[in-house]
Ligand binder design. Structure first.
Ligand code: F6R
Length: 250
């Protein structure tokens, strides 16, 4: 696990975009695993800037998103499909047919989840998976629990997550109570993982991840099982890590 602590959002956006550009340069039809939420927005803006500057070409890139609320229509302005179109896909030359987000309206969610796993296999796997992290340590919508699901599945959102995500909805009551999400095993099967964490609300979860211990009460701690994880943070997100832990990553 590699830890990069940046002084500004701009540096985080640049560093993250560099990692994605590196993967795209090494593989023309790279498969990008993408996340929604506030955290990756500056990095997506930087990718758009580089595309507009002629530095990046997404025409042969494929993408798979981590998760989608359930039930929620793709054209609902709170859906993750809508988010991705607005934050990234509408502004770059990616073929929308090559972009994939779990189907928030699937009639048969378990069949849709199995099909999503099959799709990822057919794409040849994920070359780089971008992650944010919940204040409770969730990645995707793999919430703290006694047991965790390995593969893409339908899940219930915790009260913590519903409360945290209510800021994007008219009211807390409007937040869907379920989501389709890649599982921990799906995420760990990506060749590289980039987790971005900003703000003090993420500090406890990041301290748990960096402790190196595994616990299902902080699903992100399972990233310690992967050999190519970069954690890109601001100072606030590492504010609960002790000197010894930080020194180990220096
Ligand atoms: C989003 C996702 C979530 C978020 C996490 C952090 O696709 O899977 O795990 O990454 O909830 O959200 P923000 O970035 O809004 O703090």
């Amino acid at each position: 696990m590699r830890l990069i602590v940046c002084d500004s959002q701009k540096d985080i956006a640049n560093f993250g975009a560099n990692m994605i550009a590196e993967v795209m340069a090494s593989k023309k039809d790279a498969v990008l695993g993408l996340a929604t939420g506030s955290t990756p927005i500056p990095m997506y803006a930087e990718l758009v800037r580089r595309y507009e500057a002629g530095e990046l070409d997404f025409s042969t890139v494929r993408s798979v998103n981590l998760d989608e609320y359930y039930p929620l229509a793709p054209d609902n302005d709170q859906s993750y499909r809508y988010f991705m179109n607005h934050q990234l896909f509408d502004h770059i030359n990616i073929d929308k047919n090559n972009t994939n987000v779990p189907d928030g309206l699937a009639q048969d969610p378990s069949a849709a989840c199995a099909a999503y796993e099959q799709l990822i296999r057919e794409l040849g796997g994920i070359d780089i998976q971008v992650l944010g992290i919940g204040g409770n340590g969730h990645i995707g919508f793999n919430e703290p629990a006694e047991t965790l699901d390995p593969l893409t599945h339908l899940t219930d959102l915790t009260e913590d997550t519903i409360r945290a995500n209510a800021r994007f909805f008219a009211s807390e009551a409007d937040v869907p109570r379920h989501a389709l999400t890649m599982g921990i095993g799906t995420i760990l099967s990506a060749r590289r993982i980039l987790l971005i964490a900003t703000g003090a609300a993420k500090a406890k979860a990041i301290a748990t991840v960096l402790s190196g211990k595994l616990t299902t009460s902080c699903p992100a701690s399972l990233l310690n099982l992967h050999e190519d994880v970069t954690i890109l943070c601001d100072c606030d997100a590492v504010s609960l890590c002790d000197e010894k832990t930080l020194a180990a990553f220096a």
